[in-house]
Design a protein around this ligand. Structure first.
Ligand code: KMT
Ligand code: NI
Length: 179
């Protein structure tokens, strides 16, 4: 399973774990209530994996591309790392499958706390449309990920605040009203 925890408030290097003292874990059930989906797959078999194919079929993830995030392989690395870490939403789900390396997806809960989700090789994660989130590499400086999308991809981030954005309203309507 993936590991997640509530973050500390330190402004130190974004690539550090930023755990509280003592660690405050966040359960998979709590992530589920925020609308975050998760699967563990065999990344070495991603080209032929029937489980990945089934997920792509059920959720209509027709588009896929592979990104190599490291200082040597990603053009404009420093700017992109900063951009990924700006708190934002999208008008679509964000679907990422870590094929190699690792990284952190941070999501906001309904008390506006940051939850840090560690994604390792084999973790496929779906962040729902309208959730405030961000991404960072960790101190290994390497994430190879498959980016999936329903139809023609739109990666546009809408930086916070986006309280009037239809996708934000849709998200709150769908997930914030649970008990
Ligand atoms: C994003 O939207 O933040 C990215 O695609 C970069 C990270 S993919 C592991
Ligand atoms: Ni995003």
């Amino acid at each position: 399973a993936i590991e997640a925890w509530y973050m500390d408030d330190s402004t130190e290097d974004q690539r550090l774990p930023h755990r509280q003292e003592p660690n405050q874990p966040c359960s998979l059930a709590a992530l589920r209530e925020l609308g975050v989906l998760y699967w563990k797959l065999d990344a070495d078999r991603h080209e032929t994996d029937p489980r990945l194919a089934a997920i792509r079929k059920v959720y209509n993830y027709s588009f896929m591309e592979i990104v190599n995030i490291s200082p040597a392989t990603l053009p404009g690395y420093d700017d992109k790392i900063k951009m990924f870490y700006e708190e934002h939403i999208h008008a679509d789900d964000e679907i990422r499958y870590v094929l190699d390396g690792s990284g952190y997806f941070d999501v906001r809960d309904f008390q506006d706390r940051w939850i840090r989700i560690r994604c390792n090789k084999g973790d496929l994660i779906v962040l729902p449309e309208g959730i405030y989130h961000r991404f960072t590499i960790d101190t290994n400086n390497y994430t190879k990920a498959m980016r999936l999308f329903v139809g023609a991809p739109v990666w546009t981030p809408h930086n916070r605040p986006q309280e009037a954005h239809p996708s934000r309203a849709k998200y709150l309507d769908k997930f914030a009203k649970q008990t």
